[in-house]
Design a protein around this ligand. Structure first.
Ligand code: F6R
Length: 589
C-alpha cells in the first residue's frame, strides 16, 4: 500500500536518496509514484510524478537537500499522473504526501473551493496543502500543519514540506511512520527497511504525534502540541537482502523457503511457545483475528485448538471484530495474526480491545511493526522478509505456531515439534520431486484456460480450501471459490458444469469419506476432479499425493496450491509478485 520516504540533510542528494527509498518500498504495492525536491534558488519544488512502476534509474536531474517521495495505491481518484503524490497548494510552496483516507475531505474541499483554491486532482490528499496554505496566512508552519491535521477525520499519516523552511513535518494517527536519525540528516519512512540502510537509530512515531525534522528531531503530542522527549531506539539487525536470488520471482523463492521456516519454528521456539500457551491458559474468552490469508490461519487455529487442545476459541475477520466486541473484558485475550504487523483493520480492533482492558498477543513477522509494539505478548514468526504480495511462507509459519501451541497446551509440545519436522520433510519432497512439480505445472496449464475453479475441503481442510482459492484468484485472476464440502449441495453445486475443475482436499482424517462423496456429486455433474490426498481414488481425474503428516497435512495442501497458483500466473504471463489492485501492507480501512 502507499509508501512514504522523506529526507532532509546536506550529506546526500535528496532526490536520489528518495528514489532509492521508494524502490525499497515497491513491494508494498503501488500504481503511481512521485518525488518533490526543494530547489533552493527557485524557492519552490521540482516535482516528478508518474503512473506505473518507478523507472530503473533516477531521472531527477536537479540536486536538492530536501525532498519527499511517495508510492501511491489509489483510493480516492483513479490511477493518473494528476492524482499521484506529492500534492501542492496554489502557491506551489507546500508539498504533501499522505497515507490513509481523509473521511471528511468532501466538506473540507467544498469550503476551500468557495475560498477560490484551485484543485488539480481527484484525491482526498489535495485538501491538505490548500488548508495549510490558508492557515499559513495567520500562523507559523508547524502550528499550521498541526491545526490542519487535527481537522482530518480517519486514519492518516501526512508528511509536509514548505519551501521557505528547511524542516519536514510529519503527523500520524494511523498509517505507520518511522523517523531515522542520522548525523545532521534525517529520514522518514513508512517502513523500517527503507531507513536501515542509512541509520540504525529510529523513532517509531506513535499515533497522535507530530515530528519536526530539521537541524534535530522534535516530537509533539497531538492535538495540543505538547513537546515530548524523543524515544530513540537502536535497531540491532541489518536489513535483509531483498533479491529473489536464483528464483525468477519472490513468490517462488518464498514458497521454496517454507521447509526451512517450518523447521526453524519446530526447533527454536520452545520458550516463546511455552510463554504464549501460558497466557492462553489463563485467559477467559479468546479471539483470534486477522485479515485475508492471516484470517484463514485464524480459522485453522479454531479447528486446531478444538481438535488437539479441546479448547474453544472464536475467530472473525479483523474488519468485522468491531461489531462483535461488546462482551470483551479485562480477562479476554485477543491473538492477532499479521505478517506485516501493519494491517489497519487489525490495529483498529486491537485499539478497541485495549480500551476495554483486554490483553493482546501478536504473532507477526515484522519486528517493530505497529501491531508488534501494540501487543502485551509478542511472538515473531522469524520467516524472513516476505516480499511477494501474495502471502505464502507467513501462512505456513502461522499454522506451524498454531500447531505447536495446540500441543503445548496439553503438555505435548514434543509431539507438535515432531509433526512439524515431518511436515517440513514432506513439503521439501513436494517442492523438489520433479514428478510432482511436473504434474502441478500440467494442472496449471489445464486451469489457466478456465474461468471458474472450485476447491473443497472439510474440517481443517476447509480453511486450506479458502486459502488455496485466495492464492489462485490473487495471482491468476481466475474466479476461484473455496468451499466447505458439505455446503456444496446448499447452493454452489448449481455452478458446476462440464469440465469445471474442482480441487478436492482429501486427507487421511475424519473427513475422508464425506469429502469423497462430495467429489462424486461434482463428478456426476461433469466436473473435473483434482484430488490432493494421501491415496488415489477412482473419483479423481487427476491426483497429487500429499503424505499423511498428521496436522501438518493442512500446511502441505496449501503449499501445493501456492505452487499451482504461481504456475497459472506464469502460464498467463502475469507478474505473480505484484498482482493488480493488491498491496502488501494494507494500511487503509
Ligand atoms: C493474501 C494476502 C493478504 C494478507 C492480508 C493481511 O495473499 O497476503 O490477504 O494476508 O492483507 O495481511 P497481514 O498478514 O500483513 O496482516
Amino acid at each position: 500500500m502507499c509508501g512514504i520516504f522523506a529526507y532532509t540533510g546536506e550529506k546526500n542528494n535528496a532526490p536520489e536518496l528518495i528514489f532509492e527509498g521508494l524502490k525499497s518500498l515497491e513491494y508494498r504495492g503501488y500504481d503511481s509514484w512521485g518525488i518533490a525536491a526543494r530547489i533552493k534558488e527557485k524557492k519552490g519544488f521540482e516535482v516528478e510524478r508518474n503512473t506505473g512502476k518507478l523507472p530503473l534509474k533516477n531521472s531527477f536531474a536537479k540536486k536538492s537537500d530536501f525532498a519527499i517521495g511517495h508510492t501511491r495505491w489509489a483510493t480516492h481518484g483513479g490511477v493518473t499522473v494528476e492524482n499521484a503524490h506529492p500534492h501542492l497548494d496554489c502557491t506551489k510552496k507546500i508539498a504533501v504526501v499522505h497515507n490513509g483516507i481523509i473521511e471528511n475531505y468532501e466538506s473540507l474541499k467544498k469550503d476551500l473551493l468557495k475560498k477560490g483554491h484551485k484543485f488539480t486532482s481527484d484525491t482526498d490528499t489535495e485538501v491538505v496543502p490548500h488548508l495549510i496554505e490558508e492557515y499559513l496566512r495567520k500562523e507559523g508552519f508547524a502550528s499550521s500543519v498541526r491545526d490542519v491535521f487535527n481537522l482530518l477525520k480517519g486514519f492518516n499519516a501526512i508528511v509536509v514540506s514548505y519551501a521557505p523552511s528547511s524542516e519536514i513535518i510529519a503527523c500520524k494517527n494511523g498509517s505507520p511512520l518511522i523517523a531515522g536519525v542520522g548525523k545532521e540528516e534525517f529520514f522518514l519512512a513508512s517502513d523500517l527497511s527503507a531507513i536501515l540502510p542509512h541509520t540504525k537509530k529510529v523513532i517509531f512515531l506513535n499515533d497522535n504525534q507530530m515530528a519536526i525534522l530539521g537541524k534535530n528531531v522534535r516530537i509533539f503530542s497531538l492535538p495540543k502540541g505538547r513537546q515530548l522527549k524523543p524515544k530513540i531506539e537502536k535497531i540491532d539487525f541489518d536489513p535483509e537482502k531483498s533479491s529473489a536470488g536464483k528464483y525468477k520471482h519472490f513468490m517462488l523463492k518464498e514458497i521454496y523457503e517454507q521447509p526451512k521456516v517450518i523447521l526453524n519454528l519446530a526447533k527454536n521456539y520452545s520458550t516463546q511457545i511455552g510463554r504464549l500457551s501460558k497466557v492462553i491458559k489463563e485467559a477467559k474468552g479468546i479471539f483470534l483475528i486477522g485479515a485475508g490469508t492471516a484470517y484463514h490461519a485464524c480459522l485453522s487455529g479454531v479447528y486446531l485448538f478444538s481438535r488437539i487442545s479441546k479448547k474453544h476459541i472464536n475467530t472473525v475477520f479483523a474488519s468485522e471484530f468491531n461489531y462483535l466486541e461488546d462482551f470483551l473484558n479485562k480477562k479476554s485475550l485477543i491473538i492477532a495474526l499479521s505478517q506485516s504487523g501493519e494491517t489497519v483493520d487489525v490495529i483498529e480492533s486491537l485499539d478497541r480491545a485495549k480500551e476495554k482492558g483486554s490483553k493482546i498477543a501478536a504473532v507477526t513477522n515484522v519486528l517493530g511493526s505497529t501491531i508488534y509494539r501494540l501487543s502485551d505478548y509478542k511472538f515473531l514468526l522469524g520467516a524472513g522478509p516476505e516480499k511477494a504480495v501474495a502471502s505464502t511462507k507467513a501462512y505456513t509459519a502461522k499454522l506451524s505456531v498454531l500447531i505447536l501451541l495446540s500441543y503445548s497446551l496439553i503438555g505435548k509440545g514434543k509431539r507438535g515439534k515432531e509433526i512439524l519436522i515431518e511436515t517440513a520433510k514432506e513439503t521439501e519432497r513436494i517442492l523438489n520431486d520433479k514428478k510432482t512439480t511436473g504434474k502441478i505445472k500440467q494442472l496449471a496449464s489445464l486451469i489457466s484456460k478456465k474461468e471458474h475453479v472450485f476447491i473443497i475441503g472439510r474440517g481443517l481442510s476447509y480453511p486450506s480450501a479458502l486459502e488455496a482459492a485466495l492464492k489462485i484468484k490473487e495471482v491468476s485472476y481466475i474466479h476461484t471459490e473455496g468451499l466447505a464440502g458439505g455446503e456444496l449441495k446448499h447452493g454452489p453445486i448449481a455452478l458446476i458444469s462440464k469440465d469445471t475443475p474442482c480441487i478436492v482436499f482429501a486427507p487421511n482424517d475424519e473427513t475422508y469419506n464425506s469429502i469423497i462423496s462430495n467429489a462424486t456429486e461434482i463428478k456426476a455433474r461433469g466436473g473435473t476432479i483434482i484430488g490432493i490426498s494421501f491415496k488415489n481414488s477412482s473419483v479423481f481425474d487427476h491426483f497429487i499425493e500429499v503424505k499423511d503428516v498428521n496436522e501438518g497435512v493442512y500446511i502441505v495442501q496449501v503449499v501445493v496450491s501456492q505452487l499451482l497458483a504461481y504456475y497459472i500466473a506464469i502460464i498467463k504471463k502475469l507478474d505473480p509478485d505484484k498482482p493488480r489492485n493488491l498491496a502488501k501492507s494494507v494500511t487503509v480501512k
